[in-house]
Ligand binder design. Structure first.
Ligand code: RBZ
Ligand code: NIO
Length: 352
């Protein structure tokens, strides 16, 4: 597939001034709701309306295993991936809890976990393989497997869009997945590997150095392609490919995309390589502790909604930011104007 074949609708720029005017005429000093106002503007533009509504919010936590863990790049046992899938499905873990607290419907996607799950009403079966290959020695996925995972993500999100969801949060679970995320980041942001790695789930500094060396050796071995899908097949993972596809499809369907932590943000890096218009739909939920996360956001000129020192993933930051997003959307759609509130209009008073 060529990089730019997927068509994403562009915002109707003539609406921007109208939304801004509506925000400026709410009963408050101009701009005083800060970031809530810019988020409201973004959602208004995404939905092409002065009265946006968030409906049927879904959280997709996409899980997969990684052959590269054989190189000792994660401090944690790989069985945690499938164990956490069970945990999430029972309402546990960070995302089981926070999706419930903030009112998002959680779905767990098996994109490539090395475990055979019994069917479960909240588990979406999209397994391409029992985990990726060890990309130090061979490509993580074949080109076909990578496209399969990408298209699975598109299919899943298309289904939710058809059912009336207009906001989707992404999260992930996959022991070892900070390694492919760092590799893709280094390639896409054109940054040295050392600037893209961090402790992940808890490596010490020696472990981080080892992780960097593994990534450098893998990039040396396979080389970097001009084609983003080839790079994803060489160095990526099934959850990253599935999330990237899901993000692209969300934008195609004019859905708000909540982007979570380091790994999910790497999937957004991939998605914007496929079509940069996806960024119009992205709300970057938080800026986390992993150094690479901050740098990826800078690369995309994005500023995150929250700064909570998170370093978990799973979609936890997306769930919390969804709470903020709800407030932002309500400001545009529901907050009283000066006229409605019978308050003297101060929208002409501007300090810059
Ligand atoms: C109990 C536990 C729960 C998690 N939930 C998310 N992660 C996070 O840590 C993993 C990535 O870090 P690394 O690349 O260092 O393995 C991913 O599963 C990510 O979602 C977890 C990790 C653990 C151990
Ligand atoms: O920032 C994240 O999302 C993150 C950091 C470390 C491990 N897993 C996820």
């Amino acid at each position: 597939m060529k990089n730019n074949q997927i068509n994403i609708p562009l915002p109707d720029e003539s609406l921007r001034a109208k939304i801004q005017h509506k925000l400026d005429n709410k009963a408050k000093p101009v701009g005083s709701l800060g970031r809530l106002e810019s988020m409201a503007l973004q959602v208004g533009m995404i939905q092409n309306t002065l009265t946006p509504v968030l409906s049927k919010p879904v959280m997709l936590t996409v899980a997969a295993d990684h052959g590269i863990t054989a190189e000792g790049v994660s401090p944690c046992p790989v069985e945690i991936t499938w164990q956490q899938v069970h945990n999430f499905l029972s309402g546990g873990g960070g995302i089981g809890l926070l999706s419930r607290v903030y009112g998002m419907e959680l779905w767990v996607v098996d994109a490539g976990v090395n475990y055979r799950f019994a069917p479960h009403p909240r588990l979406i079966e999209a397994k391409v393989a029992m985990g990726s290959e060890n990309f130090l020695h061979q490509p993580a996925m074949s080109q076909e497997q990578c496209m399969q995972a990408f298209n699975n993500g598109r299919d899943i999100v298309r289904r939710f869009a058809k059912e009336g969801s207009n906001v989707v949060g992404f999260g992930e679970m996959g022991i070892g997945n900070t390694t492919p995320a760092s590799a893709l980041m280094s390639i896409i942001c054109n940054l040295p590997v050392d600037e893209c790695v961090g402790p992940g789930a808890g490596l010490n500094s020696e472990g981080v150095r080892h992780k960097a060396n593994v990534i450098k050796a893998a990039i040396e071995r396979h080389g970097v392609s001009e084609n983003i899908f080839e790079n994803m097949a060489r160095f990526g993972g099934y959850e990253i490919a599935t999330i990237a596809g899901g993000m692209i499809e969300a934008a195609v369907n004019r859905m708000v995309i909540l982007v979570d932590g380091f790994i999910t943000t790497a999937a957004m890096l991939v998605a914007k390589e496929i079509n940069p218009a996806v960024l119009n739909y992205a709300v970057f939920a938080h800026e986390g502790e992993e150094q690479g996360h901050r740098k990826m956001l800078r690369h995309m000129n994005a500023s995150a909604v929250l700064q909570l020192g998170l370093r978990l993933g799973e979609g936890t930051g997306s769930a919390v930011a969804y709470g903020v997003l709800k407030g932002a959307v309500a400001v545009l759609s529901e907050m009283t104007s000066f006229e409605e509130a019978q308050v003297i209009n101060t929208s002409h008073i501007r300090f810059n």
